[in-house]
Design a protein around this ligand. Structure first.
Ligand code: PLP
Length: 710
């Protein structure tokens, strides 16, 4: 996610990194001796390419995945850039006699796949390969293992690069690397070099929310120490002449890790443009080097433009920068029209405010006793909000317990990459026990017979026992303590918790409150009986949203929060003991697709339920009950907001569209947004009010919002 976030430090450093790459190819300090040149181009500048890999990894690699769409896009885009760059360098290839080389075809293939058809272009195929490997590792393994695997690749690369002098002395290694070098000129390529940095970038993206002042100091210290170490390492390797090439150092990944953290903390203005500019500098600078030399020769300016390596470097940098800025500006102006954000073309869409979600999670957590954790209830597509977006965001911010209604919802969460506990609140067919185990899901034991049947599957599943304390829906009856104890002793069931559900915790009426108290007492009685018999219950939980809001004093291990997490109450008139400052997370919107004038007396829609009492203006909205918008809000019972004004629904809501009366609302145009459920403020369109108007509660209204809107 981090959708609204931007990282100026990273943007600035992109340009710096591009200039470092130019340094590698121009050796600006060579005037001041070989060592100075080595330090600048072979040590300091070696941060540049790993930085680019990490930046790509930062925005691309994640263990949370809905599908492989993002990776596919990245590969496609990079391949397109690579193809263009290859074509751009064909003239220089011709000039350098590239096409006359021996074994042309195998070498060409090798260059395209690994080494690049011009000396700097290896970066692009390495990006593609590195991204794919990094992505696959992170999706398949957890970060630790992915990191381990990428590091092994890196070490293999290391001994074919900076440490090759050592491997050369060992015959087995020597022949191993000899065969490697038949396929790729270097080990600093997409297989051995890039993946580690991609994984590192992704890892940082998922963990950088917790940045604090201390982290800042740590990253500066860490970078300084690691850089000094890398410096020493490089000079030693250089001194002993062990290097075959000098891209890979043992301390480089650590240096990059801390450097990246430092850059994340830089504050400033957003400069997304620098992204394209730096890429362009990277790709074009060898051409600029040639052009500057040519220019120098033609105008006899060699002594100014070329002979002084520092001046030469600066001129190449400036010329590359100027060219790239003009190039990207032109590209921006004339590029083929692309997608402008996904909501532009959607007929009806939900907007999710993740900051509000985070706020609610924090507020709820704050209202719980300290040892109690939030179990986020994300059943029914997270109450219509979209389970992927909601659960991954919560998981990233540290929520580690989730509840779903069905096994398939649970499996889906695992496929998204959610780690932590996932409790299935509803029934699962016992024949799916193997899947429960495979995806590490916890099953609710809905009664004793069910528990026995599940046990007989001999699979070994984790479970929570549900206790019926008066709702009479799911659960073992509280008075059957013996049966509950038997469940604890079942061989193939690992009881991880025990819970109950309150059926009128939302009501503060004395008789309802008394009933709730009775439910709570019954539950604690069961727990006490079990403990008396020497059974320890790992976790207990009772409250859902209203349970917390009205009985905040209960000290359990979890609160199973659903509706409150999404920032609304079920009904507008509900009062609660705790009055938390919760913020709605979802808005439901659509766009005006047609505006038409209706004369007095004409009708609109099915059944002619709307007849104009005056000449009217009607807007057609492409959303209906097929999208989950309640049909019983037809005929003025419901309304939408357009341009900040309310427009009543005209006639019947259809399956896929509806009409609203916009007579008197000024300046409505086709394409304008219309809000049906709104997040902000004390507003008629907040979910509880809309729900109440349709004789329901927010929970139903929200979770019915259809797939077509997400
Ligand atoms: C749905 C559900 C919840 C969440 O309820 P909210 O009122 O939305 O917080 C909690 N526990 C169980 C058993 C549920 O089915």
């Amino acid at each position: 996610m981090g959708k609204n976030k931007f990282y100026p430090g990273i943007d600035y450093f992109r340009c710096a990194a591009a200039f470092l790459v130019i340094a590698i190819h121009t050796s600006p300090l060579v005037l001041f001796g070989e060592t100075g040149d080595f330090i600048f181009t072979r040590i300091i500048s070696r941060a540049a390419v790993p930085f680019f890999f990490m930046t790509s990894g930062f925005f691309l690699i994640t263990r949370y995945a809905c599908n492989t769409e993002k990776l596919r896009k990245f590969v496609k885009k990079t391949a397109a850039i690579y193809l263009t760059a290859m074509l751009v360098y064909v003239p220089l290839n011709i000039y350098s006699g590239y096409f006359k080389m021996e074994f042309f075809l195998p070498n060409l293939i090798k260059d395209i796949v690994f080494d690049g058809t011009f000396y700097h272009l290896w970066y692009l195929p390495a990006s593609i390969t590195g991204a794919c490997i990094g992505w696959y590792l992170v999706r398949r393994l957890d970060y630790k293992k992915a990191f381990g695997a990428a590091f092994i690749l890196y070490v293999i690369g290391l001994f074919g690069d900076s440490y090759y002098g050592l491997s050369e002395k060992i015959p087995v290694l020597k022949s191993f690397y000899a065969s490697l070098f038949l396929v790729s000129d270097y080990t600093r390529n997409g297989i051995f070099f890039a993946p580690l940095f991609f994984v590192l970038g992704g890892f940082i993206a998922e963990n950088c929310r917790k940045l604090s002042g201390r982290a800042r100091k740590k990253s500066v210290c860490g970078f300084t120490i690691c850089f000094v170490c890398m410096f020493g390492e490089a000079l030693l390797l250089h001194y002993f002449q062990l290097q075959r090439h000098d891209s890979m150092y043992l301390f480089l990944p650590l240096c990059m890790y801390f450097l990246f953290y430092m850059l994340l903390q830089v504050k400033g203005k957003k400069c997304e443009n620098l992204r394209n500019v730096s890429l362009c500098i990277y790709i074009i600078h060898p051409w600029i080097i040639v052009a500057v030399r040519l220019f120098g020769k033609l105008f006899h300016l060699q002594n100014i433009l070329i002979d002084n390596s520092v001046v030469h470097y600066v001129i190449v940098c400036l010329a590359s920068l100027a060219f790239s800025m003009i190039g990207t500006a032109l590209w921006k102006k004339y590029k083929p029209a692309g997608e402008n954000g996904r909501n532009e073309e959607k007929r009806a869409y939900v907007e999710i405010n993740l900051e509000n979600l985070e706020h609610n999670a924090r507020v709820l957590k704050g209202a719980m006793p300290t040892k109690c954790s939030l179990m986020a209830v994300v059943k029914a597509e997270a109450y219509g909000h979209g389970a992927f977006e909601i659960s991954t965001h919560l998981n990233k911010m540290g929520v580690e317990a989730f509840a779903v209604a069905t096994i398939d919802e649970g499996i889906q969460l695992r496929k998204y990459g959610i780690r932590g506990e996932i409790l299935i609140l509803g029934y699962t067919d016992i024949y799916r026990a193997a899947e429960l185990k495979k995806y590490d899901l916890m099953q609710t034991l809905i009664d004793f017979d069910y528990a026995s049947a599940l046990n007989r599957r001999k699979t070994g599943v984790k479970a929570h026992i549900k206790i019926d304390t008066g709702m009479h829906r799911l659960g073992v009856e509280g008075k059957d303590v013996e049966k509950i104890e038997k469940i604890f002793s079942m061989k193939y069931i690992k009881v991880c918790g025990m819970y109950t559900h309150l059926c009128c915790a939302d009501s503060l009426k004395p008789e309802d409150a008394a009933f709730t108290r009775e439910q709570i007492n019954r539950f604690y009685k069961v727990a006490a009986d079990l403990e008396k018999d020497g059974i320890t219950i790992p976790k207990i939980h009772i409250q859902s949203s209203y349970g917390l809001l009205n009985y905040p004093e209960l000290a359990c291990d979890y609160v199973r929060a659903g509706i409150a997490l999404y920032g609304v109450l079920s009904s507008p008139e509900d009062t609660t003991v705790l009055k938390l400052n919760l913020r709605p997370v979802l808005s439901l919107k659509t766009r005006v697709v047609l505006i038409r004038k209706i004369l007095k007396g004409e009708s609109v829609g099915y059944g002619r339920k709307f007849t104009a009492e005056r000449d009217s203006v009607i807007a057609i909205l492409p959303i209906g009950y097929g999208d989950g918008f309640p049909r019983n809000l037809s005929c003025k019972k419901g309304m939408v907001s357009i341009n900040g004004k309310y427009a009543p629904i005209a006639g019947m809501v259809c399956m896929d569209q509806m009409a609203v009366d916009i007579t008197g609302i000024e300046d409505v145009a086709v394409g304008d947004a219309a809000t049906l459920i709104c997040g902000q403020g004390n507003n008629e369109l907040m979910a509880p009010y809309v729900a109440a108007r349709s004789n329901s509660i927010s929970n139903e209204l929200l979770c019915r919002i259809g797939e077509r809107c997400r």
